[in-house]
Design a protein around this ligand. Structure first.
Ligand SMILES: [Zn+2]
Length: 173
């Protein structure tokens, strides 16, 4: 396979798995949770899925990515997720970014940017700081538009119902 073919294959895989993460985000939407979804992929196979459950669990740490990492570690019986790729519909926050480093995740791919809590450059840039032992590959803006639209729709609905005044999420890649 040439480098170009390899890149194309990677792009196809990224789109495929991000669509799966979007399905998780839609589940969150249906449950009136901020619609963020994630999947964790190992050897081209989804080993864990997660969607935001902050409201249901009344737990600020119940982000899609955290739930996904915990579930993968529990099912593998291993906290090290060194060869895994995490797909999230939203730019990870510093907490999830920290967990990504702690679990030694190889690569992280996300969709929409998060101006409020984004740790991939929107608020702070955790992934560009050189880590002494572990580097995480980053790919941003994959299916950013549908991921952002879902968030936009959600907050529009929330505003209509008088639940919030405004949101700081954007769909910008
Ligand atoms: Zn997070």
């Amino acid at each position: 396979m040439t480098l170009l073919q390899e890149n194309n294959a990677q792009n196809e895989r990224d789109l495929f798995f991000m669509r799966e993460a979007l399905k998780e985000a839609e589940k969150a939407f249906a449950k009136k949770e901020v619609p963020v979804g994630a999947v964790l992929v190992l050897e081209n196979r989804i080993i864990a899925r997660g969607h935001n459950q902050v409201e249901m669990l009344q737990d600020a740490t119940a982000h899609a990515e955290m739930l996904c990492l915990s579930s993968a570690s529990a099912s593998l019986g291993n906290w090290r997720l060194a060869e895994a790729i995490l797909y999230s519909t939203l730019e990870p926050c510093p907490m999830c970014g920290g967990a990504i480093f702690a679990a030694r995740v190889k690569r992280v791919v996300w969709g929409a940017s998060d101006l409020r809590l984004g740790a991939g450059g929107s608020w702070i840039d955790l992934f560009s700081i050189k880590h002494p032992m572990h580097q995480v590959e980053v790919c941003k803006g994959v299916l950013a538009e549908p991921a952002g639209l879902l968030l936009k729709d959600f907050f529009k609905k929330q505003r209509k119902e008088g639940k919030i005044e405004q949101s700081c999420y954007t769909q910008r890649a």
